[in-house]
Design a protein around this ligand. Sequence first.
Ligand code: NAD
Length: 241
Amino acid sequence: MNEKVTIVTGGAQGIGRTIAGFLAEKGSNIAIFDIIDGAEAVSDIRAKGRKCEFYQVNVVDTTMVKNAVDQVVKDFGKIDNLVNNAGITRDNLLLRIKEEDWDVVLDVNLKSVFNCTKAVVKYMLRTGGSIVNISSVVGVMGNAGQANYSASKAGMIGFTKSVAKEYAERGIRVNAVAPGFIRTKMTDALDEKTKEEMFKAIPLKRLGESDDVAYVVYFLLSQYGSYITGEVINVNGGLHM
Ligand code: NAD
């Protein structure tokens, strides 16, 4: 992935930060789009010897995304890859989901993917490229208490397949990764009993790590995934097959 340029949305923390760091280790220069401060993530990546810039972008804002993507091309000269990773939850049972909780989850998780993909494809038409969308196991199998989130994550999968079909002949590949339960600050804080219940449902008997997701994103973006498009890869320890 030497000298490639990759945009990672939501790359300032969590899974996105791990993905950005791993792609940098594999030789990619990185542009991070996030609403929170990305200074630490940027200095980690620069310490690996790669070029990295941070763009304060709300991925829901179409104009802001378009301007930031244009700026990436000015700063780096091109865009090879996009990872649509920014996402949020506002979990509740259907009858308790407020309209604003439906709207914000669909906007941050799905409209953002439309915004960022449309803005980069304009450049990739000339050069080819590769896009990975971070969906979720619940977008594939559903989950009580997450109708808004699972609808947004299932929407990403339909979007992935449609755009993959539209731009395959221009050398643009579009795939999705559907992580299961990944170890984060939130899951670390769960009590032992709740964790035991989770493990019972996961054949591999452990939570996933952010690295488990990053490895698959790298595979899909890199030359090793060059004959794969429109695919959804589950990274869930067997929770859903
Ligand atoms: P996280 O909350 O740690 O990170 C999400 C990042 O997205 C943050 O840096 C946040 O600031 C950024 N973000 C949020 N709204 C934004 C906006 N409007 N504009 C720009 N950036 C914004 O979450 P995470 O656990 O690292 O999750 C990353 C992705 O993986 C999400 O799409 C999530 O749905 C998906 N996912 C996570 C898990 C899990 O177990 N953690 C499982 C399946 C899928």
